[in-house]
Every structure is written in C-alpha cells, then in structure tokens.
Ligand binder design. Structure first.
Ligand code: AMP
Ligand code: MG
Length: 425
C-alpha cells in the first residue's frame, strides 16, 4: 500500500495549475477579494503620486533655515496654506514659507518641511527655531515607494486586505484573476437520504456532501453539487461522466471499498480515467482512489471544462472522507487554483499533546481534535469520545489532526510534542 508521503507526491504531481491564458477572468476591484492573481499587475501611477509633506508644519527652502536656532530663528513670510487634497498655487521664494499639513502636496520652490513643534507663529510670519537635519527633511518624494510601470503584484498572489489596498492605491480597478476551480461533488450509496428527507429504516443522512460543500466554498471553489447517486453502475456512470466533463476536480464519497456495490474504480477505468492511487496507508481513510482524466481523453460529448480533471474517490465514512480531503485534496486544489508552491500546504506544527495517544499498525494514523495557541505554544487536545471513523459527532471543533507514524507501535504521553496538521479554514 502507498505511504501517505508517496500518495501526497503523486497527487501533487497530477494536479496542474489552471492555465494563465485560458483560465483567466478580469474582475472589478472588490470582486477580486480572495481570488488568485493570474498575471503580473503594474500600475500607471508613481507612489507617492506627488511630493508631499510627512508632517504638519511649514514648507521652506532649506537654504533659508540651514543655520537657524532658538536664539537666531529664521523669520519667513507665510504665503499660502496647503491642506491635504489641495494643489499649491504659489511658488515659495527665498524668505517665504507655506503652511502645510500631513499628506499635502509640496509647493514649488520648497524642498524641506519643518515640523510645527519647532516653529513659532506670529501673524503672517513664522519663526523657525530649529535647523532641519538635512535638505528634503519630512518630504515624501513622488515615486519613492513605487515607480509606475514596474511590477506591483506577481501572479499567484491572493488578494486579501493588504493587496486590495495596493491595487486600490494604484487605481488598478480591473484585476486579472484565475477563474475559480470548479469542483463537482456527489455522494454514492443506496442508504443515503438528504437532511430534509424522512429517514426510513436502515437509511443514513448524507453528511459528506454538506461537509465538502463548506470546505470547498471556504477555499473559494465553485462547487457543482450533483446530489446522491445510487449504488448502480448506470447511475454512477452517468454522474461520473457529468462530473468529469464539467469540473477541474471531482470528489465522490463512498463506493471505493471492496464491497459488492463499490463500482467507482471500475467505471473510472471504463471511461478512460487513469487510476494512480487505489489505497493509501492512512487511518482513517484507506480506500482512496485517485484518477486523472486527460482533457482530450474525456469520453463525454460536450466538455465544459477545458483542463484535465482530477478525480478523488473518497471513502464513504464521513471522518475518513474529511481526513483524506484535508490531507490530499486541499493541497491539490490549492495548486490547481494558481497559488504559489509555498501556499499549497499541508501545514504542520509541533504541538503539545494533552492526552495519551497510541497507535499500532502499518497505517499513518490521524487523530482529530482541537489545535490552538497559548502564549506561543501550540496545544493539541484530541476529541473526547471514540476516534472511530464512523463517529462524526465528535468531529465538531476539529482544527488539527495529530499524526502518528506508521510504525509497529507509537505511544504518545500527555505533555509530549507531536506533529499536527492544521485544518482550520
Ligand atoms: P462506503 O465507502 O460506500 O462503503 O461507505 C462507508 C460508510 O460510510 C458506510 O457506513 C456508509 O453508510 C457511510 N457513508 C457513505 N457515504 C456517506 C455519506 N455521504 N454521508 C454519511 N455517511 C456516509
Ligand atoms: Mg457505499
């Protein structure tokens, strides 16, 4: 059976980023929130846009104030007042100054700002009491922070608050971003009903579709929900064809074990999918199928998606499905979305474990629980109750998965530090 590491590397190799030409859309500034930049962005304005004052004070000519002091102040005539947002009208001549406020444009002729605390005002005259350290003091120069035409943001950058500020400042109001990654999901199983349907004897509510919808939506994916699909070859085949032809990635749950009704793998192969993974040495989650449909090999009549399609046949058990998603699917989708390699994850931290943990066997074991920071130390509290892959009830509040290596026996004592996968959105 494949190790988790090996499976991770296979999945990441199969995942290919969206195309930086074909899979790009231009959106309005605010609509770019949370999106991934698809092309370098350059502004057409220098920043600062013009020379401006870094202080409330007086714009002066350095030569006029160079050698002044409290005993021997330079006395200048105030010829103009320049609040922020106004264009100065006068040129500051020798012997003159302009009252200026933080952010206001520097007047022609002045080269230095003296802060108001180092002056004394008498009518139209200003006494400069302290000589500025150097010419240009407290002047922010046009283009000092950014020169028009140079690269402002690079492809792969996510547009969050700081990047939004940068784009707005540069008046980049049309932003080239990758389209959202399209992910089709469906649940397989004759036992499944949706949460709003009456629960007949022997049935089970389909929680996977709901959990996956939230996870994918929080990642910024476009989620195509194909519902519950019966354990019949025909129904599954139809769903898989539809999913593969419309999406960049497909997540189905269930039907990938070795039971009599587990058809997914066979259908994937029949449809021309290349199966790369059939099982992974991970607990929970062993039956994981990963297949790839190359774009030109898709058997569907009308292809809506233009990229290759990565198919994840996840286990039906709700905990197994989520663990596989967090460990393998999320990094793959991040790569597909156009993010830079440093953002694919998964992210592990060393955390102090709050309970005794034991594992034995050939599978890497993931224990779900709460991961949180206290005074700079990561703490991990395993979920109380049964760590059984059919028990999804104690999954609530899961923010980390402790990793116990595949080894004959692993025994972790309370207080020991262990590796934990961060899984909060
Ligand atoms: P399977 O992988 O299809 O054999 O399913 C394994 C277990 O997970 C079975 O007990 C199923 O009833 C359960 N299961 C399968 N699909 C779902 C689902 N969508 N939501 C909740 N439980 C499920
Ligand atoms: Mg099933």
């Amino acid at each position: 059976m494949l190790s988790v590491k090996k499976a991770e590397s296979i999945v990441l190799n199969l995942a290919q980023p969206l195309d930086s030409q074909r899979d790009v859309e231009t959106v309005d500034l605010l609509a770019a929130s949370g999106r991934v930049l698809a092309a370098p962005v350059a502004g057409s304005l220098d920043f600062p846009y013009w020379d401006n004052s870094a202080m409330d004070g007086y714009a002066v000519r350095f030569a006029d104030v160079e050698n002044c002091s409290t005993q021997k102040p330079a006395v200048l005539e105030v010829v103009e007042e320049i609040p922020a947002g106004y264009q100065p009208k006068n040129t500051v001549q020798s012997g003159q100054a302009a009252r200026i406020f933080t952010g206001a444009a520097m007047p022609v002729g002045a080269d230095t700002v003296v802060m108001q605390e180092e002056t004394r005002r008498e009518g139209d005259r200003i006494f400069i009491l302290v000589s500025p350290e150097k010419p240009q003091a407290f002047v922010r120069h046009k283009g000092a922070f950014y020169q028009a035409g140079t690269t402002l943001l690079t492809p792969g950058t996510v547009i969050n608050a700081p990047e939004m500020a940068v784009l707005a400042t540069a008046q980049c109001i049309q932003v080239p971003v990758y389209r959202r990654v399209r992910v089709a999901i469906f649940s397989t199983g004759d036992e499944l009903v949706s949460p709003d349907e009456p629960l007949a004897a022997g049935k089970l509510v389909d929680s996977n579709q709901y959990a996956l919808t939230v996870l994918l939506a929080q990642m910024g994916c476009e989620v195509i929900r194909l519902g519950i699909v019966a354990d019949s070859e025909d129904a599954l085949k139809k769903a898989i064809v539809q999913a593969v032809s419309t999406a960049d990635a497909v997540l189905s749950t269930g039907g990938v074990s070795v039971g009599d009704y587990d058809y997914v793998e066979k259908i994937l192969a029949d449809l021309g999918g290349k199966i790369h993974i059939q099982a992974v040495a991970i607990k929970p989650g062993k039956p994981l199928t990963v297949a790839q449909f190359k774009r030109d090999e898709k058997k569907a009549d009308s292809l809506i998606s233009s990229s290759d399609c990565l198919y994840f046949g996840l286990p039906g058990n709700p905990v197994s499905a989520l663990v596989c998603c967090w460990r393998f699917v999320v990094p793959a989708l991040r790569k597909i979305s156009g993010l830079g390699a440093d953002a694919w994850g998964p992210e592990f931290v060393r955390a102090r474990c709050h309970a005794e943990l034991r594992s034995h066997g050939k599978r890497e074991t993931y224990v779900w629980g709460r991961l949180y920071l206290v005074e700079g130390i990561w703490e991990f509290e395993p979920a109380s109750g049964s760590q059984n892959s059919a028990n999804l009830i104690n999954l609530a509040n899961t923010t980390g998965l402790a990793v116990l290596p595949a080894a004959a026996e692993t025994w972790v004592w309370p207080g020991e530090f262990i590796e934990v996968l961060k899984v909060s959105p």
